[in-house]
Write a protein that binds this ligand. Structure first.
Ligand code: S3P
Length: 175
């Protein structure tokens, strides 16, 4: 497989848990875009949101996504909103394939509120509205895998099995 493998999906879908396991199995590096943003900004994501606002975070996110284009092919976990920016999707489809981890909203809420550090998981109604709004974006990914009832290892197995079915070559248009 050429290019990066991007893990896409709503908050709590398990991108940062599945990512390192999958990367190891594929013999690749794992990159977590949110971690890279925090390292570069020397600030946690929720503080970036609180101090600078979401629009500023989205700029940092797009900038970091551009920076990972120069890295060797990796497994890259994206924050839940990264794939909803059309410009980001353009970069992603040019440089790799996108795999959505699908999670039901109740489980997403439960997992996302286990720690009190997600700025967009503070109000349940807003969280669910965002969930609904983003589903059409997540559907644009090359592969969609349900995570309910599957362990991280099982999810990796399904991804690896289905990778062969992806016909699109990075660089050709996805959506
Ligand atoms: C966001 C998801 C977060 C993080 C930021 C914004 C979103 O990442 O990027 O809080 O817009 O859904 P996770 O999906 O890893 O929680």
């Amino acid at each position: 497989m050429k290019g990066h493998l991007y893990l896409v999906g709503f908050m709590g879908s398990g991108k940062s848990t599945v990512g390192p396991i999958l990367a190891e199995q594929l013999g690749r590096t794992f990159l977590d875009l949110d971690d890279l943003i925090e390292d570069a900004a020397k600030m946690e994501i929720f503080r970036i949101f609180d101090l600078r606002g979401e629009a500023h975070f989205r700029e940092l996110e797009t900038r970091m996504l551009a920076e990972v284009q120069d890295r060797e092919p990796a497994v890259v976990a994206l924050g839940g909103g990264a794939f909803s920016q059309a410009a980001n999707r353009g970069l992603i489809f040019r440089s790799g394939i996108a795999v959505t981890l699908r999670i039901p909203p109740d489980l997403a809420w439960q997992r996302s509120t286990e720690m009190d550090n997600r700025p967009l998981a503070r109000d349940r109604r807003q969280f669910e509205a965002l969930y609904r709004k983003r589903q059409p974006d997540y559907d644009l990914a090359d592969l969609k895998i349900g995570v309910s009832g599957r362990s991280p290892e099982q999810i990796c197995q399904v991804i690896r099995d289905r990778l062969e079915t992806v016909r699109r070559i990075p660089g050709s248009s996805g959506a």
